[in-house]
Write a protein that binds this ligand. Structure first.
Ligand code: MCN
Ligand code: CUM
Length: 789
């Protein structure tokens, strides 16, 4: 594959090291004299801690320190802030609040001794009743989970609403048709290949703390460590090396990171702590767990008028959700979906339960996943009620291209879209009418075939900083571009790749702007000492924000180059034109053939060439990009399934995905992102479930119990694209990293329920396992009702 001068398909630059086993991950960091940490975790979901006896562990010959909540309390570190300004116990002092919670930290000479010594710690617990079902957490007699909060009387975290209740209720009161459906988006886990971990190295002499951890947001981590540990921020360096998948799991700060830091401060040696798989599945970053009620009002002929939503959000024992301060329920705001509505209203109640911190990220774009699932299920429920075709019903109600930029009933401005075109392309690719005919014939023969559609609008690329923040840090991102005398460039960005290929696509952005080869651009990220401040990678914000910063800083460099070129050509800068041809980018004098390539200009910028007053020399530049708005990518997905009437087994036979993420920098990487997200969606729809028993015992702490999709469950994806550029993004790109995870679960579920139409089933909750489908076929679908009114 030849290397394009800018945008286009090219193999990922980083793969040269990944596929040779030369990646460098946190667990590859080995420092002289390094010690190893291990965490003792709670066996109870809810219990008071009576005593912790560490003497036997301390007597272990290879143990160097045992840290408990009490040790941390002495340092004022027993609690740390979460990403939503709640607090989370680093090591439990008073109570444990979920099974798997961190209780003590052992530091030993090797990882085996550290693990062995955990067994020697004696903790006496006084077990308490646990609240596992969010719908019971607000019962008057429910045990109070967060009695550490002064004055707290119940388990409620927040009540939040959006939209106009009076107008919405009025539309419903007049509506010809209204449908209601309760549904659960179950608790799931991102389960990346690499688990979480950290290496902390505190240098007593210089006072410098270096932390290697696989974080999606190194700068945000640094600021939080400064706030948590009280260390001066300029003495903290966070290095996020290669990351083996994040999917949201690597956004937060986990107690183990803080323990590793304290371990290093206490022992004076570097300390490594790495989770095992069970620890990762039990204690980090759960998402969803949303009990939802959707209501849709429409006319008899299928014009949707309003949507009304109630949600009960289970955020576990510590509210770990990373949401802008303004939006405690995050981007659930986008619950009006892709449709032209008169009115909308939603209420979200967040509650604590005795589960690991939930409400956190998992390829989620801050809760849009749940909102899209709700809307897209509701459209199918309405179609069933009206006896309408779900594709036609969507086509009729989708926003029209002339309505963009479109302000939603909850005040969000969708930047651009051409929804009908995208849905039509998906239908054409699927051969929609033929599929419906095939389905009708099969139904005659008792075969169960289903066709499911979803249309989603995503909102990605947070800021602007006046609306979006994490713990008060505004969401804008910096970029720095250095151009060496030979015209080779180094781009430094604040975002951090976990597998998305930034070293390639970001080099392509600079390459396109400067007319050089992406091979001549190195991308530096993931080291706070080497990169400008910014809020990192999540909510598919890298391309919308850092990608824009990369384009803008390249344009600054280009403008500097123009000044130098003018001096070289003895022309006025205004008379120069920028052009990129096969040999690269150059400033040329308009109307003459005379010009200088960017490489010639770079050399001259560093030479003894006389430059006019005010022209500094060198080409390096920096910029901070504060996005004017989010970007709103969208897509139309069609899933075709066959259900085995004898076993309830679902086979995803075809999956057509048409994504519109504006201008594509590297279509091959975009397709890879979509493939991953689609597989994820099939997993969530059919297999993935973090289950607990009534006492709060975690039932999914291994991949034997928590099922992940493999190639076996996935069809050969059929991808299409439409390109509606973002009008406010410098290169017209929108984010895409989470689109398919957001858009695909409802398509799969809609397809399975479509297959089950002969059984009169209107809804069944995910995951649609064979057992679940079988029960639905017996007229007893697995369903959870939203018990709050
Ligand atoms: N891209 C492009 N053209 C566009 C949009 C994106 O070429 N119009 C490219 C980007 O430049 C980048 C990739 O596609 O190389 C994804 O870009 P973007 O949509 O900006 O998303 P981020 O880079 O911010 O990645 C975050 C997103 C999130 S939030 C989750 S969760 C997720 C996802 O990415 N986690 C992933 N995809 C993942 N892919 C891998 N391999 N591993 C993860 O952990
Ligand atoms: Cu929402 S999971 Mo991603 O934003 O890292």
């Amino acid at each position: 594959m030849s290397t394009p001068m800018g945008f286009g398909r090219m193999h990922r630059k980083e793969d040269a090291r990944f596929i040779r086993g030369r990646g460098g991950y946190v667990d590859d960091v080995n420092l002289p004299g390094m010690l190893y940490g291990a965490i003792l975790r709670s066996p109870h979901a809810h219990a008071r801690i009576v005593t912790i006896d560490t003497s036997a562990a301390l007597a272990h010959p290879k143990v160097k320190a045992v840290i408990t909540g009490e040790t941390l309390a002495g340092l004022n570190l027993a609690w740390m802030p979460t990403l939503s300004a709640d607090t989370q116990a680093v090591l439990a002092t008073d109570k444990v609040r979920f099974q798997g919670q961190e209780v003590a930290f052992v530091v030993a000479e090797d990882r085996y001794s550290a693990r062995d010594a955990l067994e020697l710690i004696d903790v006496e617990y006084d077990a308490l009743d646990a609240v596992i079902d969010a719908r019971k957490s607000l019962d008057p007699d429910a045990p109070l989970i967060r009695d550490d909060h002064e004055g707290r009387a119940d388990n409620k975290i927040f009540d939040w609403e959006a939209g106009d209740k009076a107008t919405t209720d009025a539309v419903f009161a007049q509506a010809e048709v209204a449908v209601t459906q309760d549904m659960l988006y179950p608790r799931v886990h991102p389960a990346p290949l690499e688990t979480c971990g950290a290496v902390a190295d505190f240098d007593k002499v210089t006072g410098k703390l270096t932390v290697w951890c696989p974080t999606q947001a190194p700068h945000a981590h640094r600021t939080l460590y400064a706030l948590v540990a009280g260390l001066p921020e300029h003495k903290i360096r966070v290095i996020s090396p290669d990351i083996g998948g994040g999917f949201g799991n690597k956004v937060g700060i986990y107690p183990g990171y803080v323990c590793a830091i304290v371990g290093s401060i206490v022992t004076g040696k570097p300390v490594k702590w790495m989770e095992d798989r069970s620890e990762n599945l039990m204690s980090t970053s759960f998402a969803r767990d949303y009990h939802m009620r959707g209501e849709v009002a429409a006319t008899r002929d299928g014009k949707i008028q309003a949507i009304r939503v109630k949600v009960l959000a289970d955020h576990g024992a510590f509210n770990g959700t990373a949401q802008p301060t303004k939006f405690p329920a995050g981007f659930f705001h986008v619950f009006t979906g892709s449709y032209d509505l008169q009115a909308a209203h939603c209420e979200v109640t967040g509650v604590y339960t005795n589960k690991a911190p939930g409400g956190v990220a998992y390829a989620c774009s801050f809760r849009i996943t749940e909102a899209v699932y709700l809307v897209e299920r509701m459209i199918d429920v309405l179609a069933m009620e009206l006896g309408a075709d779900p594709a036609e019903l969507r086509m009729k109600n989708l926003l029209r291209s002339e309505q963009f930029p479109y302000t939603s009933p909850t005040g969000w401005e969708y930047d651009s879209g051409d929804y009908q075109k995208t849905l039509q392309l998906a239908m054409d690719m699927a051969g929609y009418d033929a599929l419906r005919r095939e389905q009708a014939e099969k139904r005659e023969r008792g075969e169960l075939m289903g066709i499911g559609i979803s249309f989603f609008t995503e909102a990605v690329g947070a800021g602007p900083r006046k609306h979006m923040d994490i713990l008060g840090l505004g969401m804008a991102d910096g970029a720095e571009l250095r151009v060496h005398p030979t015209g080779k460039a180094v781009l430094r960005v604040s975002c951090q790749s976990q597998g998305q290929g930034h070293e390639t696509t970001f080099a392509q952005i600079v390459a396109a702007e400067l007319g050089i080869s992406p091979d001549d651009v190195d991308v530096v990220h993931g080291d706070t000492d080497q990169t400008p401040f910014g809020l990192g990678t999540y909510g598919s914000r890298s391309t919308p924000v850092s990608g824009a910063a990369a384009a803008m800083v390249s344009r600054k460099v280009r403008e500097r180059a123009r000044q130098v070129a003018a001096a070289m050509l003895e022309a006025s800068p205004e008379d120069l034109e920028w052009a990129v041809n096969e040999s690269g980018g150059a400033w040329t004098v308009a109307g003459t053939g005379a010009g200088k390539t960017i490489q010639e200009i770079a050399l001259a910028a560093h030479s003894s060439l006389e430059l006019p007053d005010g022209v500094e020399g060198h080409l390096d530049a920096t910029c901070v990009y504060n996005p004017p708005n989010l970007t709103y990518p969208f897509g139309a997905y069609i899933c075709v399934v066959d259900v085995d009437p004898g076993t309830g087994q679902v086979k995803v036979r075809r999956f057509i995905a048409v994504d519109d993420c504006g201008v594509r920098i590297n279509p091959m990487i975009v397709e890879g992102q979509v493939h991953g997200g689609l597989a994820d969606g099939v997993g969530m729809a059919l297999m993935q479930l973090m289950a607990f028993d009534e006492d709060g015992n975690h039932l999914g702490a291994s991949f034997m119990d928590y099922l992940l999709p493999t190639a076996m469950e996935c069809p050969s994806w059929e991808l299409g694209e439409t390109v509606t550029p973002s009008p406010h993004h410098p290169i017209g790109a929108k984010g895409v990293g989470e689109s398919a995870t957001v858009g695909s679960p409802p398509a799969v579920v809609n397809a399975v329920l479509d297959a089950l139409r002969p059984f009169g089933v209107r809804h069944a909750d995910m995951p649609l396992t064979p057992a679940g489908v079988w029960r639905a076929m017996q007229g007893n679908p697995i369903r959870t009702d939203l018990a709050i009114s």
